[in-house]
Design a protein around this ligand. Sequence first.
Ligand code: TYD
Length: 219
Amino acid sequence: MSTTSRRGLFLTFEGLDGCGKTTQMHLLAERLRARGETVIETVEPGGTEIGMGIRRILLDPRNDNMGSEAEMLLYFAARAQNVHEVLEPAVARGEIVMSDRWTDSTWAYQGYGRELGTEVVRDLDAIACRGRRPDVTFWIDIDLEASLLRARSRNQERAEQDTRMDDQSRAFYERVYQGYLALEETEPERVVRIDGRGSVETVAERVMAAFEARRGSHV
Ligand code: TYD
């Protein structure tokens, strides 16, 4: 993972709603750009035009009768398009791609939260992402209470759109959190747990340190 290497790199940011991963992703992207790297930032669901259409369906509160399986397939449909349109071409050009959420969100939210299990998530990932897995995943870990508080205050600021997922029950988010814990246990070489408490700058330093620490193993 040398910064001068032409090998592409795929980094993802994960965590509970309101954990600060979006801000942290932008900060790491800026720091790497300042070193001369080409960094592409994307988001799931929604990193492409087709993905944005799928995102509107997924997060529309009027769709509260959506079945869990349909929901999971829509997340993967958005992601498959992202792989095709954004991820694969950029990695092939030797660029760094960063995604705000990826399949680990489906693992945690649908696999654990909706209790669909992790096996089906793995199987669908193999199809949608064609074997492309993140090189490093930063799990920005904040506790459930902090996440629920931030999600609620964000909800009040936002339009009605985009709030379907934020309306889930507490038990659901507890399962999601268990999903992230299990993920870190299953793939400790890929998934780095970052303490998300403290100032934005403090957390950014932790992300940077973790990124540097992983470099050697990805050259
Ligand atoms: P978003 O507004 O992007 O929230 P955040 O800033 O916290 O990422 O909403 C995305 C929501 O979709 C979030 O609640 C997590 C959920 N989600 C899934 O349930 N499964 C998935 O595969 C993905 C990518 C997201």
